[in-house]
Design a protein. Sequence first.
Length: 160
Amino acid sequence: MSLARETHSRILEYLEIYKSRSIEQLKLIQPNWAYGKNVDKLLDKIQDPINNEYIIFITDITDLILKTDFHEVNHDLLFTGDLKNDFRIARVLYRWENKEFVDPPCIGIDTLTKDKLIFVDGRHRTKLTYLLGYKQIPIAIDNFSIPRISKILKLDSFAS
């Protein structure tokens, strides 16, 4: 759901809820990822294993942060004062807290450098997971990129 689709009051409601909580309170919210036994909860159906286009791996989130370009997203601060960033963070927190599922971030290769990873989708989800103190994160990788990415980032298969 894009920022434009949300009502202004909903945006403010989410922000008020989550910006008022301490990081310790936010860490009590458990991530719900749409993969494995919860694959039917995927919003981006291209990640569904039946399509044979993407595979979900588990990886070390600190390593992912170090090896991936976040572009304009500041991965050191949860809420930055930028409405778009802050709303995306609050929206994921809201979904997780309400037992809704979120798609794993999708990772690709930077076509210019060939040795740096990029986010196809999911920078804010990754940043949030990292700042909440989780050590691992599921990521989706298209089949074509797996050999190249596995040379840059340790990929572990998950137990379904």
